[in-house]
Design a binder for this molecule. Structure first.
Ligand SMILES: [Zn+2]
Length: 56
């Protein structure tokens, strides 16, 4: 088991943190404007994501 504090964003996406715990995932990627609930990518424009979710 790895240390969550040093785990990379890539590692979290591999474990589907964006699906299991979206709030924790969002904290890691802010100040992104949108993120994808499917694959975890973040982007400025929602149009660039397959399952876009707007960030507050
Ligand atoms: Zn996606």
């Amino acid at each position: 088991m790895g240390d969550d504090n040093t785990k990379t964003l890539c590692g979290h996406v591999e474990d589907e943190l964006q699906v299991k715990d979206p709030a924790a995932y969002i904290k890691l990627i802010q100040p992104a404007q949108h993120y994808c609930q499917g694959c975890g990518r973040s982007a400025v424009n929602a149009e660039n994501l397959c399952k876009p979710e707007k960030l507050p």
